[in-house]
Design a protein around this ligand. Structure first.
Ligand code: NAP
Length: 256
């Protein structure tokens, strides 16, 4: 069923330094795919690129996905470096802030709305024409939106995060309707929460901290699928034959 992943592809991963983004990046680079990496923290980007040890395949781009100008500059930099727009876009930048709704800080809602929703919209719009033109040239073109299984669940502390995840899930369906006939495959992958210990996660837990990222291996809930599973799913989705699309997938913890 699957077809070989061609190293001729050009990928962009937002949220590249996150637990999920970095697992996806590692998989793509291991397949020899040229991969641009977007995040805001330059030090984390540098550390990730260094650990990948494939400077000929990677391009680190310090950008805020909620800033359309940053994205346009990133698109130009990718064209300069790789000679084309990405034909594989992975939208994995996101922020998680949890609290019971009645006690939540509106600033936290705004941060999630800004990155998880506005950032996703701007990212997709900035790079859609590149995906469409790849498909028009009979090349594979994939848009992967990393959502969250929370979109379909109820919880006492995830109300706003889950609502935004539901918006991304619905957005992916509309984009599939709009871009599918143009040959762009739209995949919505929704992982279950994994106890995240990325640098960004620590920052959101301790906003005043400027500690460097830890190099300690992360420990996942033993029932959790882990970021590696999401990365494997991306790999599976992009390796499917031309007319097959892994449209939606939810990765739940074992007994979820
Ligand atoms: N981890 C989970 O269990 C889980 C479960 C379900 C869904 N998700 C979703 O999956 C996505 C990734 O989660 P994760 O666990 O990998 O998160 P993470 O470890 O906290 O990483 C978040 C990534 O997004 C980047 N980022 C955040 N805001 C950004 C902005 N405005 N512009 C550019 N980059 C930005 C961060 O880098 P900078 O801070 O340097 O910008 C980092 O690279 C999110 O949308 C999350 O909601 C995660």
């Amino acid at each position: 069923m699957s077809q070989t992943i061609t190293a001729e592809r050009t990928a962009l991963v937002t949220g590249a330094t996150g637990v999920i983004g970095s697992a996806i990046v590692r998989g793509l680079v291991a397949d020899g795919i040229r991969t641009a990496l977007i995040a805001r923290n330059a030090r984390h980007l540098e550390r990730l690129e260094h650990s990948l040890d494939a400077p000929h395949l990677t391009l680190r781009l310090r950008a805020d996905v909620a800033e359309p100008f940053d994205l346009l500059e990133s698109r130009d930099a990718i064209r300069d470096r790789f000679g084309s727009d990405p034909d594989l876009l992975v939208v994995a930048a996101g922020i998680l802030r949890t609290a019971p709704f009645r006690a939540a800080a509106p600033a936290d809602w705004n941060a999630m709305i800004r990155t998880n929703l506005q950032g996703a919209l701007h990212t997709v719009q900035t790079f859609t024409e590149g995906l469409v033109s790849a498909a028009a040239s009979a090349r594979p073109a994939d848009l992967v939106l990393i959502g969250a299984a929370h979109a379909r669940q109820r919880s006492q502390t995830y109300a706003v995060f889950s609502s935004l995840a539901a918006a991304i899930e619905q957005l992916s369906r509309h984009l599939r309707t709009e871009l599918g006939p143009r040959g762009v495959r739209v995949h919505h992958l929704a992982p279950q929460f994994i106890e995240s210990d990325s640098p960004s996660s620590r920052e959101r837990a301790e906003p005043a901290s400027s500690e460097p990222a830890s190099s300690e291996p992360r420990v996942w809930d033993r029932r959790s699928p882990g970021p590696q599973r999401t990365a494997e799913l991306v790999r599976f989705a992009i390796s499917l034959p031309h007319r097959a699309n892994l449209a939606e997938a939810v990765l739940r913890i074992g007994d979820g």
